[in-house]
Design a protein around this ligand. Structure first.
Ligand code: ADP
Length: 852
């Protein structure tokens, strides 16, 4: 045996008798295998820096690896107790990196075992006097004839081991490169080295590897490794038995990798990388052929695959190309679902899923019917426009369900980069495909229903206009050859069914709007909301919270209360949230009740045990009914309790109606005056058009002040003389603009100048002209619904908007008294109790009340 002072000789490589030691907790290096170690503790870092990176001779690359079972974080100054045996190895590769923290990655090939005789230095790294334990020459010089008596057993063992390894090999697929390599090694290596090599290749735990390392005597090593090899064979047999039914070659490779435990690592760096690579690209190639892609992408894929095979894995481009190919094989080039459309079933499904919205459902059915009769027809793209929470997305989902297609929602809100739609070129770092291709990958079929949500919220920036990219996607003439920048080959989108949603058409780019058929989805009336709640929202929320209708009952009156006093919206989203809150509160009560009753039952039983009495049957469970008081307890004080009538008691306040993308809203306009120099102050976040309306209203009032007997503060005829006027539009944080507040401003100021309060149940909308005419405005339906929600009784609308009132639900028309005004006289007459006649002698009977 070599002594510490001599040079060690192993496999022709001369080694120093003093070895720097690398303590590692990451794995066990066995002679003949190659392992990658990550190194980040101070001592190990010093070793790499001062020894491996500075040294120039082959000998300086030899280090001792000691498997350290202790946690490295505990390795502070003190050296932990070292494992008694280590492996001397050659560092074949050193890679340094600063991310995420400074560390080196070492690739080390094990040479032989050694034991530590004594430690020489501890800093900056450990240097030790070592004693070599393996002697390869000794084994290789042995001949079967020359073996001594005790070596007969060794011979037998080694033969048995070799046969078992051959048996394992026979069960594996030799076309897999790593298996072929194993076969070669088995034949070419001296048999004595096989236990180490095999133990590092088959599936073994670190603890088992440590046992192999500790087995210094050769017989012991064979004896330790043999059971591991047999276990591997047994495992493989079992796996093959269970997978007999799967003749797929891909599956076979899988079984080899899983059960055979040939992870392709730990042998030799080059072998490892080649093998892994060869194996992976092999399966990738099979996938490329199986993806049934058209010729052009197939050619691109094969070319990339060829490049990939030549690339080392460490190259950054390797990962890029690999990701690209993975995406290409995953895309549904020719996978689609079969449409199963039955119009009658579709009608039922739409009706079951959605209450009301008849017009929309009718149009959707027409659309589906045409699709059934002529599947190839490139129909228009439907765009549902309406306030949030009115069921636009939900109808889109139902359409997919009717057709039996996959559904995917693409949220476009806030997108301002066209690469979001069309992908980033592959040259960029972090490049990826756009949302369309990503969506296709997710649904894995090429004919899904894509819901382009919120097309009105597309942004624009220096990175290009996403709307322009969408144009290409939506145009039936172009989208059969859509090119994503990342893919760089065309993909046929013509089978995809696109549906868009928006809150308003005003901000949808005109070219995009031109490609779509707009279907308005207005807000719901209170009655509709009650129905929707009881048919859909409440059952849905009950289910979501694990409750049943036997446990919780929300009567319609309570629902109405939630709608009127706790929500103010066109849709039903916050209504659903409030119902959810009620369900949560009830769930707590029920859960508490259950535990209570359980403890009661136990105490009942305990007290009755003595008398041998049967426990009383518990009373039937009654549902918790939510009344007004319970509602207030759960949801708190109602936020929208302020009655409109309470705010309209003073002169100088009028109620207008506004349209916002979130639906209609009521809007108060307040005015006050003080002594001053005739200045007009406007507050409340107003846009330019709104400010113009205010000036217009003042001018008209000044021109007509005599006729209406309006006076300023000192009693003079000009309302602005010696008077400052302040007009305020509360809810100041919300920007308001548009001409439709004109009539409200005039009414408000007339009330201020005349000292007469406006009727407390009137709301109005309409644009004015300098001559006092009332011009039509948009969004009448939403505005009237908002007025109805707020409990207004009379609504003044421009005469030319009268036709829009027909679209309103019958109950709303019955509840409200409509005044269709052509000029301001008629507006004022309707807005004040007893009318507001001009004093030019002609009492105009202008109140054209139309009760539609
Ligand atoms: P939007 O896309 O218009 O903002 P959603 O489709 O997300 O609204 O709808 C919000 C919720 O309201 C969903 O749970 C939906 O099922 C429900 N909902 C909306 N309208 C109806 C309706 N008419 N019938 C049944 N449920 C509805």
């Amino acid at each position: 045996m070599a002594t510490g002072s001599e040079d060690l000789v192993y496999g022709g490589i001369k080694m120093p008798s003093r070895l720097p030691l690398l303590l590692t907790h990451e794995g066990v290096l066995l002679p003949g295998s190659t392992v990658r170690f990550s190194v980040d503790t101070p001592r190990n870092m010093h070793l790499v820096k001062h020894r491996l990176l500075k040294g120039t001779s082959l000998q300086s690359t030899i280090i001792g690896v000691i498997p350290n079972t202790k946690d490295p974080s505990k390795e502070a100054d003190e050296i932990p107790t070292l494992h008694k045996i280590g492996t001397a190895g050659i560092a074949v590769q050193v890679v340094g990196s600063n991310w995420p923290k400074p560390h080196y990655t070492l690739l080390i090939t094990g040479l032989c075992r050694f034991s530590v005789s004594s430690l020489l230095t501890e800093r900056p790294f450990i240097l030790a006097e070592v004693e070599q334990l393996d002697k390869l020459e000794h084994y290789t010089n042995l001949t079967p004839e020359g073996v001594e008596a005790e070596d007969g057993e060794l011979q037998e063992l080694s033969q048995q081991f070799y046969q078992t390894a051959l048996q394992l090999l026979g069960m594996l697929d030799v076309s897999v490169p790593v298996v072929a390599k194993f076969r070669r090694l088995l034949d070419s290596l001296p048999k004595e080295t096989l236990p180490d090599v095999v133990a590092s290749m088959i599936r073994t735990s670190n603890k088992e590897k440590l046992q192999v390392l500790d087995a210094v005597a050769l017989e012991e090593r064979f004896k330790t490794t043999l059971p591991m090899l047999t276990r591997q064979i047994e495992g493989l047999k079992l796996l093959q038995k269970t997978r007999k039914m799967m003749p797929d070659p891909e599956k076979k490779v899988l079984s080899v990798r899983e059960g055979g435990g040939f992870p392709g690592r730990h042998f030799n760096l080059n072998v490892e990388e080649e093998d892994d690579d060869g194996d992976d690209t092999g399966s990738l190639e099979r996938k490329v052929h199986a993806a049934k892609m058209p010729d052009a992408p197939l050619r691109v894929c094969l070319k990339e695959l060829k490049r990939l095979k030549k690339m080392p894995q460490s190259m950054p481009e390797y990962a890029l190309t690999r990701n690209y190919l993975d995406l290409m094989v995953e895309l549904p080039w020719s996978k689609s679902t079969k449409d199963c459309l039955d119009i009658r079933a579709a009608r039922t499904l739409l009706d079951i899923d959605h209450y009301a919205m008849d017009k929309l459902k009718r149009r959707v059915l027409e659309y589906l019917a045409v699709k059934q009769l002529k599947p190839t027809l490139k129909g228009p793209i439907l765009c549902f426009v309406g306030p949030p929470g009115v069921g636009k997305t939900s109808v889109g989902r139902s359409i997919a369900k009717c057709l039996g297609r996959e559904f995917h929602r693409i949220a476009l809100g806030g997108i301002c980069d066209q690469s979001d739609i069309r992908g980033h070129r592959r040259t960029y770092v972090g490049s990826m495909p756009g949302r369309i291709i990503n969506g296709l990958k997710t649904v894995a079929v090429n004919n899904p229903v894509f819901l382009l949500d919120e097309v009105d919220k597309l942004g624009k920036s220096l990175q290009g206009d996403p709307a322009a990219a969408l144009l290409e996607v939506l145009d039936p003439e172009q989208n059969h050859s859509f090119t994503d920048h990342y893919l760089n080959v065309t993909f046929d989108l013509s089978q995809v069914l696109f549906i868009a949603t928006a809150n308003t058409t005003a901000t949808v780019p005109p070219a995009l709007l031109d490609r779509m058929e707009v279907l308005q989805v207005p807000g719901y009336t209170q009655e509709e909301k009650v129905e929707i709640s009881h048919r859909h929202l409440i059952p849905h929320q009950l289910e979501q919270h694990g409750l049943s209708s036997q446990q919780l009952h929300i009567p319609p009156d309570t629902t109405k209360d939630i709608i009127n006093r706790y929500t103010r919206e066109a849709g039903v989203r916050s209504l659903e949230r409030k119902i959810g809150a009620v369900c949560r509160a009830v769930a707590v009560k029920i859960a508490e009740g259950q535990t209570d009753s359980k403890t009661e039952e136990v105490t009942d039983r305990l007290t009755q045990q003595g008398e041998n009495a049967v426990p009383l049957a518990s009373p039937p469970v009654m549902p918790i009914v939510i009344d007004n008081r319970a509602l207030k307890d759960i949801l708190g004080a109602p936020p929208f309790d302020l009655e409109v009538s309470e705010r309209l008691t003073l002169p100088g306040v009028a109620l207008g109606l506004a349209w916002t993308p979130l639906g209609g809203e009521i809007m108060f306009v307040e005015a006050s005056r003080t002594e001053g120099e005739g200045q007009l102050t406007l507050t409340g976040q107003l846009g330019d058009v709104m400010k113009e309306s205010a000036h217009l209203a003042i001018s008209w009032l000044r021109a007509n002040s005599k006729r209406y007997q309006l006076t300023n503060m000192s009693g003079g005829p000009d309302p602005l003389e010696g008077t400052d006027i302040h007009l305020h539009f509360p809810a100041g944080a919300v920007t308001k603009d548009g001409p439709s507040a004109g009539v409200t401003i005039v009414t408000c100021l007339t009330s201020l100048f005349s000292g007469r309060p406006v009727r407390s149940d009137v709301a109005m909308t309409g644009e004015i002209t300098l001559r006092g005419l009332v011009l039509p405005v948009g969004g009448i339906k939403d505005k009237v619904l908002a007025a109805h929600r707020a409990g207004v009784k009379r609504v003044v609308v421009p005469r030319r908007n009268e036709k829009d009132l027909e679209e309103l639900p019958a109950n709303v028309r019955d509840d409200l008294d409509f005044v269709a005004a052509a000029d301001l006289d008629q507006v004022l007459n309707a807005a004040f109790d007893g009318g507001f006649p001009g004093t030019d002698g002609v009492r105009r009977d202008a109140r054209l009340s139309s009760k539609l």
